[in-house]
Design a protein around this ligand. Structure first.
Ligand code: CA
Ligand code: CA
Length: 178
């Protein structure tokens, strides 16, 4: 073992260092640096956009879920009183949130959900003993659920326009389920 190590050492001593004719070292050119900076900018822009897009998607999912929660509470209210509350939340006495304070009335960005009581025809204004309602939330991104929502534009004073514009307005709106 010691002998073979010695032999290897002796062989290694006779090896000549190898030299290569490498071109002289150059730094990056300004253009190369600019290209790298531009690529980093584009990549980080894509990452930021996808992260903020997924956050918006999450907020929209919560809005859609909240609308279902509100609808269920509205039906419980209706079962008891045989009419829908005039407001989701206000200082008045006939509010859904007075009936059940756990029901969400705002999204995570503090925007109120949209709500208007209507008569049973879904086309005329109602102020008491209301038999229908129009409920909605503005989504941040297009969502497949918009293909099957109500899109009601009743033109009743105080009601919101439930129409969707596939470019910029994603208004998820519903009427009573039953
Ligand atoms: Ca729609
Ligand atoms: Ca709509």
């Amino acid at each position: 073992m010691i002998n073979s190590s010695k032999k290897i050492f002796q062989k290694a001593r006779h090896l000549q260092p190898t030299t290569y004719n490498l071109p002289p070292k150059k730094g990056f050119t300004v253009i190369e640096l600019l290209v790298v900076v531009a690529i980093i900018g584009i990549v980080s822009g894509i990452i930021v956009a996808s992260v903020s897009g997924s956050k918006a998607k999450g907020r929209d999912a919560k809005r859609i879920a909240d609308i279902s929660v509100i609808q269920l509470a509205l039906e419980r209210y209706y079962d008891e009183k045989h009419y829908y509350p005039v407001y989701l939340s206000s200082s008045g006495n006939d509010d859904l949130s007075d009936y059940d304070s756990s029901v969400p009335t705002k999204d995570s960005l503090d925007n109120n959900y949209l709500y208007k009581v209507l008569n049973g025809d879904n086309a005329t204004a109602c102020s008491a003993d209301c038999q229908s309602y129009h409920l909605g939330a503005t989504l941040e991104l297009y969502n497949g659920i918009l293909a099957d929502d109500t899109d009601l534009n009743s033109e009743v004073s105080g009601d919101f326009d439930g129409s969707d514009n596939t470019n910029d307005t994603f208004m998820y709106d519903v009427l009573p389920k039953f």
